[in-house]
Design a protein around this ligand. Structure first.
Ligand code: NAD
Ligand code: TYD
Length: 359
């Protein structure tokens, strides 16, 4: 039975991945997560009593803990999700992004290298270090430029993107220098269940449900390439199984939408699934607020390599997956209430007050 060492498995994509992996493959997972504001133990409730899952509360920068995890569970692969992941927070407080995304990835690489060097020949040959990264490392596209390929130059623009780009380079160097069997994926914007409500789609669902303002940065015409999280998780399983060592794979939904179009889609679904006479048409709740500093205009992914080499393509349509996602949030209002801590309320207050003041 295969054993995965998953970092950040209590966050949005990590939790979806762990739940899907155990359900789809029957394999074993050891999750290491620090449970920051973005991590939630309850995201993994469905496997809480499953003997195939172990949860460890801890920090990827804790070398002794990471070493002990490798030694005790002897994983076949690492799947590295743990990160600070919100661009707006990286603008307010970039230091945490260096700590987790760069120092944390370095610590994990060092521990993985030591473990891998000590493995027998067959374990060494099987081992993989899968680094989960983002399309934001490639910077911003003009309206008519072709989508990012794996050969696009790195041009990160936000502190978040810079920290992920740095971690990608460290992973690359560990393969090139030490032969560590790494694979890196660069994925576009995800949406789906368990996404923390600071990100655009769950924020709009949660605010729209209550009839509160829907903050749209700038002119709302920034474009993102959206992918349902379950499709991302399937792509990661395929890369783990058949991806070539030392390679990078772009993952995307071939689904470019302006932010305003995304917000309008969510509004229409809320009006359909949870109509409210006093709120009326939720599109009227949109408020254009001051733009994010350095806001990337457009991301788009060319997923031709993973499609041709590994046969992966998304299963879900944007509209179908968005309907499932809105329905999930409507059925899990208690989950939303549970993850909204005092810290998160303070963040919303600070961030959107600043936006409102146009600072
Ligand atoms: P998230 O913020 O929802 O979850 C991050 C998880 O990491 C949380 O559970 C948090 O507690 C944990 N964590 C943070 N610091 C840690 C530390 N020092 N030690 C251990 N655990 C720690 O993030 P997400 O949206 O699920 O993203 C997961 C990964 O996928 C990230 O690396 C991100 O860069 C990448 N990614 C995300 C998207 C997206 O659209 N969300 C797209 C492409 C790539
Ligand atoms: P986000 O979900 O933060 O993802 P990322 O910045 O990593 O792409 O934001 C998606 C897009 O939505 C991005 O262009 C910024 C925009 N946005 C808003 O317009 N309003 C908001 O309140 C938030 C959080 C994001």
């Amino acid at each position: 039975m295969e054993t995965l060492f998953v970092t950040g498995g209590a966050g949005f994509i990590g939790a979806n991945f762990v739940l899907d992996w155990i359900r789809e493959t029957g394999g074993r997972v050891v999750t290491l997560d620090q449970l920051t504001y973005a991590g939630n133990r309850h995201n993994l409730d469905d496997v809480a009593d499953d003997p195939r899952h172990v949860f460890i509360h801890g920090d990827i920068r804790d070398r002794a803990l990471v070493d002990a995890t490798f030694a005790r569970y002897r994983p076949d692969a690492v799947v590295h999700f743990a990160a600070e992941s919100h661009v707006d927070r990286s603008i307010h407080g970039p230091a945490a992004f260096i700590e987790t995304n760069v120092v944390g990835t370095f610590t994990l690489l060092e521990a993985a290298r030591a473990y891998w060097m000590g493995c027998g020949a067959s374990e060494r040959a099987r081992f993989r270090f899968l680094h989960v990264s983002t399309d934001e490392v490639y910077g911003s596209l003009g309206a008519h430029e072709p989508p990012f390929t794996e050969r696009s130059p790195y041009a990160p623009n936000s502190p978040y993107a810079a920290s992920k780009a740095a971690s990608d380079h460290w992973v690359r160097a560990y393969h090139h220098t030490y032969g560590l069997p790494t694979v890196t994926t660069n994925c576009s914007n995800n949406f789906g269940p368990y996404q923390f409500p600071e990100k655009l789609i769950p924020l709009v669902i949660c605010n729209g449900l209550k009839g509160e303002a829907l903050p749209v940065y700038g002119d709302g015409q920034n474009v993102r390439d959206w992918l349902y999280v379950g499709d991302h998780c399937e792509a990661l399983r395929v890369v783990l199984e058949r991806g070539r060592v030392g390679e990078t794979y772009n993952i995307g939904g071939d689904c470019e939408r302006s932010n305003l179009a995304v917000v309008h889609t969510v509004c229409a679904l809320l009006d359909e699934l949870r109509p409210h006479a006093a709120i009326g048409d939720r599109r009227a709740l949109v408020r254009f607020v001051s733009d994010r500093p350095g806001h990337d205009r457009r991301y788009a992914i060319d997923a031709g390599k993973i499609r041709a080499e590994l046969g992966w393509r998304p299963r879900e349509t944007f509209e179908g997956a968005m309907k499932k996602t809105v329905a999930w949030y409507l059925a899990h209002e208690d989950w939303v209430a549970g993850v909204i801590s005092g810290e998160y309320r303070d963040w919303v207050e600070r961030h959107y007050q600043r936006e409102r003041a146009g600072l």
